[in-house]
Design a protein around this ligand. Structure first.
Ligand SMILES: [Zn+2]
Length: 352
């Protein structure tokens, strides 16, 4: 899958995991407001992040009385609903799931699925007691604390017999759907596997049945062999720009040890994962400061936690380009930055 790094026209790249097509079109960056304002090719230093402790009066991240009662805090010796915690997990006040265990089921004529019970749970992980404490300002220990809390919530979620699928994500900045500045993860537990995820599973399982190998393992090995989209490598993780990245400077972090279930990380791997995530965010902020982005943690559905054909991974998706007619109407992404050039700029940022 080598490609030219001086692409001038357009290239249709098919994502091997979803078969979705991405139009890589550098010319689009020459449109008015069409260019991601990166800092150019010079050696970059990630800007020092703004850090502050003071929460405004309406911030639920620093005022326990503004949230539902906590379900988990770290350290575990801290009070659930009073100051003294460094990580606090609460049910989402504005959950997508308003029912649990109802028997709502409605089919459309012709046996088509219409309405079903959306049983599930939404939790918010306030990952620091400080109002502004961005990921790239944190110590390895602070990163590890947060990831351990997320693992704890995942392990608790899968005890629910109705739970089938779990998803963790962060929205940073208004353009990424962020509604409060206090940094937090959101953890969703579903009673069903979303159809787009199910299609990815079926595609990966078919590949495994056909070849005896994991699609994820094969593609990640190909990234290492090519090297042109690699951003960084640590003892246990690989950071790269996906071949068919839908967004400029999109970043994927994958474990070197092929595992479907992210909660099986050992202590060393967990610390290394936190540092890999922190450094990837620092690189992104070095290329484009004050950027809005989403972070997505993709682990296997509970029923596939031991599947040999899936590997968990994390995606950082910058919200640089606007989803317009092609993206929304055709589900075809248009990326004006060649992934190989994005990787080159991200590699050039000095971190740590
Ligand atoms: Zn706050």
């Amino acid at each position: 899958m080598n490609s030219t790094t001086s692409l001038q026209s357009c290239e249709a790249r098919f994502d091997p995991f979803s078969d979705k097509v991405v139009l890589v079109a550098p010319k689009r960056s020459k449109r008015p407001n069409g260019s991601p304002a990166s800092s150019g090719d010079r050696k970059l230093q990630s800007p020092p992040p703004a850090v502050s402790s003071a929460c405004p009066p309406d911030c639920p991240g620093g005022h326990e009385d503004l949230t539902p009662p906590a379900v988990y805090v770290c350290p575990e010796s801290a009070a659930l609903n009073a100051p003294g915690w460094t990580i606090r997990v609460v049910p989402n006040k504005f959950s997508c799931f308003s029912r649990a265990g109802s028997n709502l089921h409605y089919e459309l004529p012709g046996g088509l699925r219409g309405i079903e019970d959306p049983a599930g749970a939404c939790e918010v992980v306030f990952e620091t007691e400080h109002h502004k404490h961005p990921i790239h300002s944190r110590s390895p220990e602070e990163m590890a604390f947060c990831i351990r809390a997320i693992v704890n919530r995942y392990q608790t979620a899968r005890l629910d017999p109705q739970a089938r699928f779990w998803y963790g994500f962060k929205n940073l900045g208004k353009a990424a759907g962020g509604t409060i500045d206090h940094e937090h993860w959101q953890l969703y537990t579903f009673s069903f596997v979303p159809p787009a995820i199910q299609e990815r599973y079926e595609r990966a399982a078919q590949y495994f049945n056909r070849t005896g190998r994991s699609l994820y393992g094969d593609r990640f090995a190909a990234e290492v062999a090519s090297g042109e989209r690699i951003v960084a490598a640590s003892p246990h993780f690989l950071t790269f720009v996906p071949f068919a990245a839908g967004m400029p400077y999109q970043i994927r972090i994958v474990p070197k040890r092929h595992t479907a279930d992210f909660s099986r990380m050992t202590g060393d791997q967990l610390i290394d994962f936190g540092v890999s995530l922190r450094d990837a965010v620092a690189r992104l902020c070095g290329v484009i400061p004050d950027l809005a982005f989403n972070i997505e943690l993709h682990t296997a559905a509970f029923e596939h936690a031991s599947a040999p054909w899936f590997c968990w991974h994390l995606e950082i998706v910058p919200r640089i380009t606007t989803l317009a007619g092609v993206e929304l109407g055709l589900n075809v992404m248009v990326n004006p930055v060649l992934p190989e050039e994005a990787a080159s700029k991200l590699r050039a940022v000095s971190v740590g």
